[in-house]
Design a protein around this ligand. Structure first.
Ligand code: ZN
Ligand code: ZN
Length: 343
């Protein structure tokens, strides 16, 4: 049962196709109501290919490792006059404070990234913050609907504890939230903006797909979230393969002070390259974005793919050195680690 359920999660995430677009609608809006990438190409791995990968006996399955969990800096997070901070909760989940707002990105603070409570990718490093430890939240952003980025229990609890929090979600995902009785939800298309207390939030394209069930493939959009106020800017790239979208984000919205870039879930390349970057591509994304600094995410929390779980940060360091870039410009954090942002 476990294998079947695990396979189901992957199947849900890996179908895709390309269908001609509707005249006069944006190029990524397809005629059948689904979405595609800026290239017009959707992920098209077949069920057979995925199944063969899943059951491949020669496949090296990575072992879980104990990563250090550190306590977030609650003095900094809860101070009366807010500073600028970032806390890595794990995987793609971050708490970002920009003096005016407490923003949660892709919050996942429970055990599994799966539609089933008993099977599917299980967390092997606990979340760096517990649900009860979160400060008052103003904005929650969701990059797309895959289970490792959108966790039903987490968003339900956040909505209950923070009735004033607005959930910013990709186009096509609002109804899912309404079905969970979460009503303070705004869905955005690529390049659409939402402004709150001086911070402009823009939804940006990245290269990926969406799916939570067998029937909703690419029916909701995916993307990155860009935040900018008068003294700080940040982009969270969600889940993405390498794409020209990063250069376009830089051209349209300007370079950012901090980029949160996925660096894990990249092996095997024949399967994952379309939808996940490896550290080499992640460093190129950092350069394309013109970011002053970057933090690597989407590693060390769930076993989703075949690379060793501690490989992404090691390779990231190597790539930075090989490209003669200062290592401290693109770092990884410990689960739960808070850093004060000095721009
Ligand atoms: Zn995904
Ligand atoms: Zn993911």
């Amino acid at each position: 049962m476990g294998k079947v359920a695990f396979l189901t999660v992957f199947i849900l995430c890996t179908f895709g196709n390309t269908i001609s677009q509707e005249i006069n609608s944006p190029a990524h809006h397809l005629k059948d109501g689904t979405f595609t990438n800026t290239t017009g190409i959707s992920n098209n791995k077949s069920l057979k290919e995925i199944y063969n990968w899943m059951i491949d006996k020669s496949r090296e399955k990575p072992n879980a490792l104990d990563f250090n969990l550190v306590s977030p800096n609650f003095d900094l997070i809860n101070q009366a006059v807010k500073g600028k901070t970032i806390t890595w909760i794990g995987h793609a989940s971050f708490l970002y404070q920009n003096q005016e707002l407490n923003i949660l990105m892709d919050p996942h603070l429970t055990e599994r990234a799966s539609p089933l409570s008993f099977a599917g990718p299980k967390r092997y490093t606990p979340p760096g913050m517990k649900l009860g430890q979160l400060p008052k939240i103003d904005i929650v952003t969701i990059s797309h609907n895959h289970y490792d980025h959108l966790d039903i229990k987490t968003v339900q609890r956040i909505a209950k504890d923070n009735p004033g929090a607005v959930f910013l979600v990709p186009l096509g995902l609002k109804q899912w939230f309404l079905n969970q009785s979460i009503t303070n939800v705004i869905e955005l298309d690529w390049w659409e903006k939402y402004v709150l207390k001086g911070t402009t939030v823009t939804f940006t394209p990245v290269q990926h797909w969406s799916s939570r069930t067998l029937l909703d493939r690419n029916k909701s959009l995916w993307g990155g979230w860009h935040f900018k106020n008068s003294y700080h800017s940040l982009v969270h790239l969600g889940d993405t393969g390498y794409t020209n979208d990063f250069k376009e984000i830089n051209e349209k919205l300007g370079s950012v002070d901090l980029a949160l870039i996925p660096i894990g879930a990249y092996e095997p390349r024949w399967f994952m390259k379309f939808s996940h970057m490896n550290p080499t591509e992640a460093v190129q994304a950092f350069i394309d974005l013109g970011a002053k600094k970057a933090i690597g995410m989407h590693w060390g929390s769930f076993i989703l793919t075949d690379e060793p779980v501690d490989e992404p940060p090691r390779l990231l360091k190597e790539v930075m050195i090989n490209k003669f870039l200062k290592e401290d410009l693109f770092v990884t954090l410990k689960h739960g680690e808070t850093i004060a942002l000095t721009n």
